[in-house]
Ligand binder design. Structure first.
Ligand code: SAM
Length: 294
């Protein structure tokens, strides 16, 4: 490997990036969803959307060769980066290892994030292989951020921001909306990346909701949402009945399901894809009340 002292990385040029990667013996690995964002305006827009102040702590997921890391550090952020690729890790250490506001967590972020502290903000041009899974697990386990700005496949972005009645509305949409205000940002065509993927991507901004405390939802909220979406052909009442049926008689479960729906003012023949996130929260509250009172 060449000495890394005068390392200057051609972040914006696919041709020069390829020369750089070849020179340092670095390959691009499909299984790690590696597509560098070579569009400098897009990088700057995403960082602007994160809107951090001097000293704010940012988790950067998948920094790659550090194009966005450099910009975040320049803006005064404290960056904790999560990277899995040993070759990129070597480059990141050479570039930023001595920087007092930079630290690196090596390995699979799906495993390492639980041991990492700090971080009120999250930025990531997320590897498509783990994007939805990572966002879901962070929300499900209440690892919440003041703001996240991520780039994901467009179809994932559509699911994240989908409203009731839309074909993209799913349990993942409800999960995202239960904790964050989700704002779609710019669509990025394949040419914004190296290598260019065949699908479009999109930036998404997620601002932590302040009108509710997402940490205070009943513990059954997330499993209930998943269950109500899992059998889409069944009516809400039938799904709700099977959700609460463990440990109580079938007839009682039927009556209880009706009672919960009545209390929430939701008609029994509605389907999950027509309910607003607030409706799911109300249903979970009523289920919890019933189970505590049972
Ligand atoms: N941030 C860079 C950019 O925008 O050009 C690279 C983004 S690239 C889409 C995704 C990055 O995530 C790669 O650096 C890849 O090695 C890293 N990565 C993939 N899977 C990962 C995982 N499970 N944990 C941590 N990093 C991962």
């Amino acid at each position: 490997m060449r000495p890394l002292i005068e390392l200057s990385i051609p972040y914006d040029s696919p041709r020069d990036l390829k020369v750089f990667l070849d020179a340092y013996g670095l390959g691009m690995r499909k299984q790690f969803g590696q597509n560098f964002l070579i569009n400098p305006r897009a990088r700057t827009k995403l960082i602007k959307a994160l809107d951090t102040a001097q000293g704010d702590e940012v988790w950067e997921v998948g920094p790659g060769l550090g194009a966005m890391t450099a910009e975040l550090l320049e803006q005064g952020a404290t960056v904790q980066a999560f990277e899995i690729d040993p070759g990129f890790i070597g480059i990141l250490k050479a570039l930023f290892g001595a920087h007092p506001r930079f630290s690196l967590v090596e390995g699979d972020v799906l495993k390492t994030w639980r041991h990492a502290g700090g971080g009120a903000y999250l930025l990531g041009n997320l590897p498509y292989t783990i994007a939805a899974r990572l966002l879901a697990v962070l929300i499900e386990e209440n690892r919440l951020f003041t703001r996240m700005v991520v780039t994901v496949q467009r179809e994932v972005a559509l699911r994240m921001s989908a409203a009731p009645f839309s074909k993209d509305y799913s349990s993942f949409s409800v999960l995202c909306a239960s904790a964050y205000t989700v704002t779609p940002l710019m669509v990025l065509k394949g040419a914004s990346f190296y290598p260019a993927p065949h699908v479009d991507s999109q930036g998404v901004r997620l601002d932590l909701r302040t009108d509710v405390d997402p940490r205070s939802y009943p513990s059954c909220f997330k499993p209930l949402v998943r269950r109500l979406f899992s059998s889409r052909r069944k009516t809400l009442k039938n799904n709700l009945q099977s959700f609460i049926s463990s440990g109580i008689m079938k007839d009682r479960a039927k009556a209880a399901a009706q009672d919960i729906l009545d209390r929430c003012g939701i008609s029994e023949d509605r389907r999950a894809e027509t309910l607003r996130p607030e409706d799911f929260i109300a249903l979970a509250g009523a289920v919890e009340e019933l189970q505590c009172g049972a």
